[in-house]
Design a protein around this ligand. Structure first.
Ligand SMILES: Nc1ncnc2c1ncn2[C@@H]1O[C@H](COP(=O)(O)OP(=O)(O)OP(=O)(O)O)[C@@H](O)[C@H]1O
Length: 345
């Protein structure tokens, strides 16, 4: 059954941090709450944890209303952005803290600690001082400490955001594997798209306290419910299109889509529009041609703003090798991987 949130509203004075949210996390599922700063993600997570009281609505675990259940009786494990380890205990002391409080004896506790450290990739770290750990190691210890309590639900609040980019990407993959190993049910708060898409079975996009859409990463990416979700997920140009036999035709050309015949609305991300320098010696097809107005280097591509006559500005990408320069003429080709079908069913 898992977690169910019904009509949840949380207010702080005049501020409505969470607004009539309905959400469920199924047993064994990892759900990410994704949204910009201040959209209410942490408040929603903290309310599930029991750290905030709902103004209205209910939080249920396996069908049981948690309103009267205090934090420590909810059997939920929590990991915060900065880990919040006990600085005066070593790694084993931190991981074994919960079991020790529950009266688990020395040998059994040591075995459990060793098992958990192995799980988070820190075998042999038991005697290390937590103040000497790197940020990534400290977050792994925090995760092992949360898992030590055998939580029924893991609540992770920006667990990787204090780490640098390389480490964050690696740890997100490790964490996804770790959450996928057992029957872990987890709710993860993040403002990082990649992290949400890497970790979660489903992602709930939030704005202004409300959940706009909760779906699998693949569905969210290809079928955002409306323009706001599409924009949040990187779409910069919106166009009406006509679909016929799996091909959508719009003002910027044609692209393969999975949609039924009829009218549709396309959301184009920069990566959905590929630009190549127009060569006078190579005759063009039906692709639109435009002039490069802006150009910036990204880590694995060049991003362009292209002006297309009678259409206007279009964001596009090009390969770094032989990238077009400002004022160059480019041909544009649509790439289905970067294009969303907005709304509809
Ligand atoms: N204890 C509090 N008292 C008053 N207002 C609060 C409190 N906690 C949160 N808020 C307000 O509620 C809104 C939602 O905050 P919340 O921290 O849940 O957002 P968030 O999406 O997690 O943002 P961030 O990613 O920046 O942490 C914000 O306007 C915030 O200022």
């Amino acid at each position: 059954m898992g977690l169910e949130v019904h009509g949840l509203t949380v207010r702080f004075g005049e501020t409505t941090a969470v607004r009539e949210v309905d959400l469920s996390v199924l047993d064994g599922e990892v759900l990410a709450l994704l949204g910009p700063s201040g959209c209410g993600k942490s408040t929603l997570l903290r309310t599930v944890a029991g750290l905030e009281r709902p103004t209205a609505g209910a939080v249920r675990w396996n069908g049981r209303d948690l309103d009267a259940v205090p934090v420590h009786q909810r059997r939920f494990g929590m990991v915060f952005q900065d880990g919040q380890l006990f600085p005066h205990r070593d790694v084993a002391g931190n991981v074994g803290f919960g079991p020790r409080m529950r009266g688990v004896g020395g040998a059994a506790r040591a075995a459990r600690v060793a098992e958990l450290l192995e799980l988070v990739g820190l075998a042999g770290y038991g005697a290390r001082r937590v103040t000497d750990l790197s940020g990534g190691e400290a977050q792994r210890v925090a995760l092992a400490r949360a898992l030590a309590a055998d939580p029924e639900l893991l609540l992770l609040d920006e667990p990787l955001s204090a780490l640098d980019r390389m480490l964050r990407e690696r740890l997100a993959v490790d964490l996804a594997a770790l959450l996928g190993q057992g029957p872990s049910t987890a709710l993860v708060v993040t403002h990082d798209h990649d992290e949400a898409f890497t970790l979660a079975d489903r992602v709930a996009v939030m704005a202004r306290g409300a959940v706009l859409q909760a779906d699998t990463p693949a569905l969210l990416w290809r079928h955002p419910a409306d323009d706001e979700v599409a924009e949040f997920l990187g779409c910069t140009t919106f166009l009406p299109a006509t679909v016929r036999d799996g091909t959508a035709t719009c003002a910027l050309g044609t692209v393969e889509v999975t949609a039924k015949d009829g009218d549709a609305r396309l959301g184009l991300r920069a990566a959905g529009v590929r630009a190549e320098r127009a060569r006078p010696d190579v005759p063009g097809g039906a692709e639109p041609v435009g002039t490069v107005r802006e150009r910036v280097h990204r880590h694995d591509h060049v991003r362009l703003a292209v002006n297309v006559p009678e259409f206007g500005r279009v964001e596009a990408v090009a390969h770094i090798a032989d990238a077009p320069a400002i004022e160059d003429e480019v041909r544009l080709r649509l790439d289905p991987d970067g294009i969303a079908l907005v709304g509809g069913d």
